[in-house]
Write a protein that binds this ligand. Sequence first.
Ligand code: HEC
Length: 172
Amino acid sequence: MGGWIQNGDFRMNWARVKIAVLALVVFLVAMQLIQPQRTNPPAVASRALWTRVDVPPEVQSSLMRACGDCHSNHTVWPWYSRVAPVSWVVTDDVNEGRRHMNFDDWDAQESAKQANDHLIDICKEITTKGMPPFTYRIAHRESQLKTQEISAICSWSKSFGAAPGNASGARP
Ligand code: HEC
């Protein structure tokens, strides 16, 4: 018959479970000591996409709603972005997203070509569901773009295909 049921063994196993749970709790608490910085650097209006390129107001608000948490300096940090290990993943996504393309720092891009490519990529990412990332879409239902929003963004985004250099800096 099973040793698990026998009194001595049961106490042994129970002691192990308690140690394991305690170790887990200590580990989870210790993880919280590593707090990545959640930044929202000041946005300089003159460096923003909206200043550099003509963006219809409804396109701007759709982009900010669906993409702004990772591609702008106006990130809304949710409560769970304070809890490790989620905090590590979220801050990493935001930093990475901003580094690749920041609506509030459009001038940071390497070249006019890169800026233009990003404008064209926006429609591609949305229509192929490459962006926003899957985990973000699950956590942020409100970020979902409606069909009309997607077509407005795409007709704007595609307008840059024909004329590379449009996003170079000054308005065309
Ligand atoms: C949860 C954060 C997050 C959100 C929200 C998000 N992105 Fe991203 N985005 C990233 C990260 C991280 C990268 C860089 C790594 C990669 O390509 O996966 C990126 C890369 C990109 C790139 C490629 C830039 C390059 O340098 O090649 C484009 C274009 C882009 N995103 C568009 C969008 C658009 C459009 C939206 C909104 C519909 C959006 N993203 C929403 C995190 C995000």
